[in-house]
Design a protein around this ligand. Structure first.
Ligand SMILES: Cc1cc2nc3c(=O)[nH]c(=O)nc-3n(C[C@H](O)[C@H](O)[C@H](O)COP(=O)(O)O)c2cc1C
Length: 172
């Protein structure tokens, strides 16, 4: 597990190769098996493979989402605040679980932040995303996870980037 954690780096350049049905299913299983507060499971996931939809989603905010148009797969992660007051935590855990599962299959991934982000006109990026995927009003968008085959490998993390000074024992 530690090796996978060290190896996982955000990937924003993907080859044209599609994911298999089995690979996508494994990503989704890891999300659906994720722990949630009180086992509320307040998340919803929208699997997007159509180029037009990925293109549209890549425009939901001005920075940090454009590369989604070159990804073969995006998974929009949404939460229901009526089902859990900690939906952000629950959805975040599911998102990182999918990223780690992708890494375990040799696939690349990147988290695209949507919650709290605005577009150029000052509209909530999440509202733009909801319109594109026809999501119900009451849901909130956490983010979009981009997945695909890595166009190039990135160096894994090394020991010397570990911020050991952030670790405190017994007292701060
Ligand atoms: C909560 C969160 C939001 C992020 N949002 C974006 C984003 O909108 N666009 C993007 O390209 N990368 C995004 N990233 C990826 C980070 O930029 C990346 O994880 C960070 O620079 C560390 O690099 P690494 O993933 O290679 O370890 C996000 C990551 C996290 C955890």
């Amino acid at each position: 597990m530690l090796e996978l954690i060290q190896k996982r780096r955000s990937c924003r350049n993907f080859t044209d190769k599609k994911l298999t049905h089995d690979q996508t299913e494994q990503l989704l299983k890891s999300a659906l098996w994720s722990p949630t507060s009180k086992n509320n499971r307040p998340w919803e996931f929208v699997v997007v493979e159509k180029t037009e939809t990925l293109d549209a989603l890549s425009q939901c905010k001005p920075h940090g989402a454009a590369f989604l148009s070159g990804a073969p797969l995006g998974i929009v992660v949404l939460g229901d605040p009526a089902k859990s007051d900690v939906w952000v935590e629950d959805c975040s855990i599911a998102a990182i679980m999918m990223q780690m599962t992708a890494e375990s299959m040799g696939l690349g991934s990147t988290w695209i932040q949507v919650r709290l982000r605005l577009d150029e006109e000052g509209n909530m990026a999440g509202e733009n995303v909801k319109k594109i995927i026809h999501a119900p009003d009451e849901l909130e968008v956490l983010g979009i996870m981009a997945f695909g085959h890595k166009a190039k490998e990135r160096e894994p993390y090394t020991e010397h980037v570990l911020l050991w000074d952030r670790i405190h024992f017994e007292k701060f």
